[in-house]
Design a protein around this ligand. Structure first.
Ligand code: 2XT
Length: 137
C-alpha cells in the first residue's frame, strides 16, 4: 500500500514490505559560504566565497573586495578543495599588499589587499559553513 511517509530523508522500498526510513534526515547540499574580513561589513579587504552551486557557478572560489558598498573585480579560482560535509581548515594571513589563504591540500590563494588595510577589525561568516574553531595569531 501507499507508504505515506513524507519528509523522511531516504526510504528503502523493499518489494512487499512497508517503506523503512533509511538514514537520517536529508543532508542538504551546501550552496555557498563566505568569509568576510576588513574594516566593516561595507568595507571588505576580502570576501572569500566558495560556491558549491550558486549564482550559476559550480565548484569555484570567488574572491572580491567591497569598498563603500561597491564590489571590485572578482578573482575566480576554479581549483576547488572543498567537499560537502567535510571539515576544512582555512588559514588567512595578510600584509598591506596582499592576503594569503591557505586551503586544504596545500593549496594557496592570494588576493591583493586593495584597501591597504593594516588591521582586520571586522570578520563575518555567512552561509553553509559551521565554524568549529577560530584562532587569531
Ligand atoms: C554575468 C554578469 C553578472 O555577474 C554576476 O554579478 C553578480 C552580482 O554582482 C555576482 O554575484 C555577487 O558576487 C559578489 C562577489 O563578487 C558577492 O558574492 C555577492 O554576494 C554578496 C552576498 C553575501 N551574502 C551573504 C551570504 C553569502 C554566502 C552564503 C549565504 C549568504 N549574500 N549576498 C554576489 O551576489 C556574480 O558573481 C557575477 N557572476 C559573474 C560570472 O561574474
Amino acid at each position: 500500500g501507499e507508504s505515506g511517509l513524507t519528509g523522511v530523508g531516504r526510504v528503502n522500498l523493499i518489494p512487499g514490505c512497508l517503506a523503512q526510513a533509511g538514514g537520517s534526515q536529508p543532508v542538504s547540499l551546501p550552496s555557498s559560504f563566505a568569509l568576510n574580513m576588513g574594516r566593516a561589513g561595507s568595507d571588505l579587504a576580502l570576501h572569500f566565497n566558495p560556491r558549491f552551486e550558486s549564482h550559476g557557478d559550480a565548484h569555484i572560489i570567488i574572491c572580491n573586495s567591497l569598498q563603500a558598498g561597491e564590489w571590485g573585480e572578482e578573482q575566480r579560482e576554479p581549483d576547488f578543495p572543498f567537499q560537502p560535509g567535510q571539515d576544512a581548515k582555512i588559514c588567512i594571513s595578510f600584509d598591506t599588499q596582499e592576503l594569503t589563504v591557505a586551503l586544504p591540500g596545500e593549496q594557496q590563494l592570494k588576493f591583493p589587499n586593495r584597501l591597504g588595510l593594516e588591521a582586520i577589525e571586522f570578520f563575518s561568516v555567512e552561509g553553509d559553513f559551521r565554524v568549529k574553531s577560530i584562532k587569531f595569531k
